[in-house]
Design a protein around this ligand. Structure first.
Ligand code: NCD
Length: 307
């Protein structure tokens, strides 16, 4: 039985296969509309979410499967003190596959150790968010036609942004990738990611606080929200929340084929006036998320179309 807790749980070949399957599903959704009939996905969300949970549910429904679950800690037995280990043992009797989001780093890994069904990490604290990464990779492949030889700018909260950590992990296995890390000093990428991933794999990167200066050299700009819920002090959050605001004027500094991604939700970091720019790709990204999750569910459950 396979789980998907970190993008590195799959080899590069396996990731590429999932992305290719997602592209086939996008070409011909009808062909896949019944592959998960009789199967159930449980969404166990201990943290708020709109996109990720509904995207998983939409993905399973699109495959002809069914969904069940809870959408907050308070509406589950966690409020009574049940452990993640016990919850997943119980859910293993109700569903065929589970997607778990949890504020504590490592909670999906604990769940996987006690689970009888495949577990997908739908975001754990400030750690990893591997299905957002599949989404991001599918979007980049759709827009750029490749995952190699790209300069990727990551901008905003690189410290707590789990989508950033997972994306760096995943892309660092492709050739010719360079990262420009754009953040305020106090929200820099954690040392463990710099040392264990970028330095260990000799991936070229540079750190800067200046978005304008970085823009002209980027193929992809990945904007992120300052992660309010992970701050110890509200004052610190207020001081940092508007560190970067991408607007029309800044987009003039960017190449014509530099696409803007954002995992959403957006707060202020991308001005709504950018939405009409043909390089704004964050809503396309949402659509890619459904196909990527459909392909992942099929892969983990070993589902194939009949004809
Ligand atoms: C991201 C997350 O939850 O980490 N959102 C998402 O899953 N689409 C990013 C964020 O919350 O800022």
């Amino acid at each position: 039985m396979r789980h998907f807790l970190n993008p590195l749980d799959f080899s590069v070949e396996e990731i590429d296969q999932v992305l290719s399957l997602a592209e086939q599903i996008r070409e011909n959704p009808e062909h896949y509309a019944h592959v998960a009939e009789g199967k159930k996905l449980a969404t166990l969300f201990y943290e708020p979410s709109t996109r990720t949970r509904l995207s998983f549910e939409s993905a399973m429904l699109n495959l002809g499967g069914k969904v069940l679950g809870f959408h907050s800690e308070n509406s589950s037995s966690a409020a009574k003190g049940e452990s993640v280990a016990d919850t997943i043992r119980v859910i293993s009797c109700y569903a065929d596959i589970a997607a778990i989001r949890h504020p504590k780093e490592g909670a999906p890994l604990v769940a996987a150790q006690f689970s009888r069904i495949p577990v997908i990490n739908a975001g754990d604290g400030g750690h990893q968010h591997p299905t957002q990464t599949l989404t991001d990779m599918l979007t980049i492949r759709t827009l750029k036609g490749r995952l190699e030889n790209l300069t990727i700018g990551l901008c905003g909260d690189l410290k707590f942004g789990r989508t950033v950590h997972s994306l760096i992990n995943a892309l660092s296995r492709y050739t010719g990738i360079r990262f420009v890390l754009i953040s305020p000093e106090v929200l820099r990428l954690p040392t463990y990611v710099i040392q264990d991933v970028l330095e260990a794999k000799k991936i070229p990167y540079r750190e800067t606080t200046n978005l304008e200066e970085a823009l002209p050299e980027l193929d992809i700009l990945y904007m992120t929200r300052v992660q309010r819920e992970r701050f110890f002090s509200e004052d610190e959050y207020l001081r940092l929340k508007d560190s970067y605001i991408l607007d029309k004027a800044k987009m003039k500094l960017a190449p014509k084929d530099m696409y803007v991604l954002h995992p959403l939700p957006r707060v202020n970091e991308i001005s709504v006036e950018v939405d009409d720019d043909p390089r704004a790709a964050y809503f396309l990204q949402v659509q890619c998320g459904v196909y990527a999750r459909m392909a992942l569910i099929m892969t983990l459950l070993g589902l194939t179309p009949t004809a």
